[in-house]
Design a binder for this molecule. Structure first.
Ligand code: ADP
Ligand code: ZN
Length: 207
């Protein structure tokens, strides 16, 4: 199954992607995670991407499209994948149509006031990329691998505002682009409440 997850930063795409991946046996391809891995290297590309990410802007389409195209050619993507964070521009969506046949696009919807609250309390495991909310993990230690959690630089208040603007200007137009092909779900409830309708929908799609 080939799935695109669409939604603002902090809408809960990553959390939802992990649940789908676990139950439907397809890998989560997060461009944010791919870029965070690239940034750890010491290359001209790494330095450029680092700067862009820290500011909350978008990595240029050519770079992003090439990265995803290559990633999808790997063995683990044969049976399908969940794209989490790609496409993020209409250009990327058009490119994707040329190298992948997507089965469904899921739009995760959440009011921007809640998004800001959630991003501010989000903590991430720098080792395994697990996502936590401060309220549920006061120890700030990853339950999966015992690593100290961090707050991503781009989850700091100044950057959050800019990322939401970038989403409105560049990514929100994809809602029109996909139109009737969208399956919409609200993530105002718990992660499990968000997942249930998606699971039911995907099970039908698979049948
Ligand atoms: P979130 O969804 O929480 O904003 P991600 O982890 O998906 O964060 O992405 C982090 C950063 O990586 C983005 O702010 C952007 O700089 C870069 N990035 C991720 N995906 C893309 C993409 N498809 N196109 C351009 N830049 C991207
Ligand atoms: Zn971890």
């Amino acid at each position: 199954m080939k799935i695109v997850l669409l939604g603002a930063p902090g809408s809960g795409k990553g959390t939802l992607a992990k649940k789908i991946s676990r139950d439907f046996g397809v890998p989560q391809i997060s461009t944010g995670d791919l870029f965070r891995a690239i940034v750890k290297e010491d290359s001209p590309l790494a330095n450029k991407v680092k700067e862009i990410m820290a500011s909350g802007g978008l990595v240029p389409d050519e770079v992003t499209i090439e990265l995803v195209k290559e990633r999808l050619q790997k063995e683990d993507c044969k049976r399908g994948y969940i794209l989490d964070g790609f496409p993020r521009t209409v250009n990327q969506a058009k490119a994707l149509e040329k190298f992948s046949k997507i089965d469904t696009v899921i739009l995760v919807e959440l009011a921007s006031e809640i998004i800001i609250e959630r991003l501010s309390s989000r903590r991430t495991c720098p080792n395994c990329n697990e996502i936590y909310s401060l309220e549920d993990n006061k120890e700030e230690i990853c339950k999966k691998c015992n690593t100290h959690l961090i707050q991503r630089d781009d989850d700091k208040p100044e950057t959050i505002k800019h990322r939401l603007e970038v989403y409105e200007n560049n990514t929100a137009p994809l809602i029109n682009f996909y139109g009737e092909r969208l399956f919409k779900v609200s993530s105002a409830g718990s992660p499990e409440e968000t997942y249930q309708p998606v699971k039911t929908f995907l099970e039908k799609l698979e049948a």
